[in-house]
Ligand binder design. Structure first.
Ligand SMILES: C[S@@+](CC[C@H](N)C(=O)[O-])C[C@H]1O[C@@H](n2cnc3c(N)ncnc32)[C@H](O)[C@@H]1O
Length: 215
């Protein structure tokens, strides 16, 4: 957080290999009023590194928007890798679908347009417990804990779930901020800090990632 712009420019120029199709999606999304919802390039690069490090093949994303994070993950997956992408917006995910087709990885992404708890419950009901290698949670903040509990069941031991926005622009460390989103993230961070079901590492990349490895 609060890294000077020239240092960020340096980091992105020297430490991130953003595929041209990801850069084009970023440029198109930048024209939307909600562009700030998209993850940063260095966050995408970290997701790709994690997916490759754990040899992920089965992934779930909660919060797809215009498709950047799902595209980044799909590009890092092997040919038989798959990601289930959860969102509720037809409008935003139409942009996503265009770029997934352009990138040639649309067949790796199963987009489910429904409240994410419904989709995660459906995956569990279909026998998906213990089958997922990698999860990424980046949707409505008050829903994070419900998504976490379901994803933890879906993950295999050694699998990873990553949360975005855990620092929430620094608001989580401001006791005067009592907004619902801030309170939800603060409560989740406190829960994760002592949750013995996982190994935890909070990383100050973008708006803050928490990496949770299922024990
Ligand atoms: C921060 S954006 C996701 C950004 C995306 N990961 C990216 O890299 O561009 C949050 C998304 O969560 C979706 N969302 C909000 N509430 C949801 C819910 N209950 N179930 C599924 N998706 C939801 C929104 O429609 C929005 O597209």
């Amino acid at each position: 957080m609060a890294i000077p712009q020239r240092v960020m420019d340096y980091l992105r120029a020297n430490g991130v290999r953003e595929a041209p199709v990801l850069a084009r999606l970023r440029a198109e999304t930048a024209k939307l009023p909600n562009a700030m919802m998209q993850i940063a390039p260095e966050q995408g690069a970290l997701l790709q590194m994690l997916v490759r490090l754990i040899g992920a093949r089965r992934c779930v994303e909660v919060g797809t928007f215009t498709g950047y994070s799902a595209l980044a993950v799909a590009l890092a997956l092997p040919d038989d890798g798959r990601i289930t992408a959860c969102d509720v917006s037809e409008e935003w995910t139409q942009v996503a679908r265009r770029y997934w087709v352009e990138a040639g990885i649309a067949g790796k992404i199963d987009l489910r347009l429904a409240p994410a708890t419904q989709t995660l419950d459906a995956l569990l009901a279909a026998g998906g417990a213990g089958t997922i290698d990698f999860g990424f949670i980046d949707a409505d903040k008050t829903g994070y804990d419900a998504y976490y509990e379901r994803l933890l069941q879906l993950l295999r031991p050694g699998g990873l779930v990553v949360f975005d926005n855990v620092l929430w622009g620094g608001s989580v460390a401001d006791p005067a901020d009592r907004s619902a989103d801030t309170e939800a993230l603060r409560a989740l961070n406190a829960k994760l800090a002592t949750d013995q079901r996982i190994d935890l590492c909070m990383v100050p990349v973008g708006d803050g990632f928490s990496l949770c490895r299922k024990r």
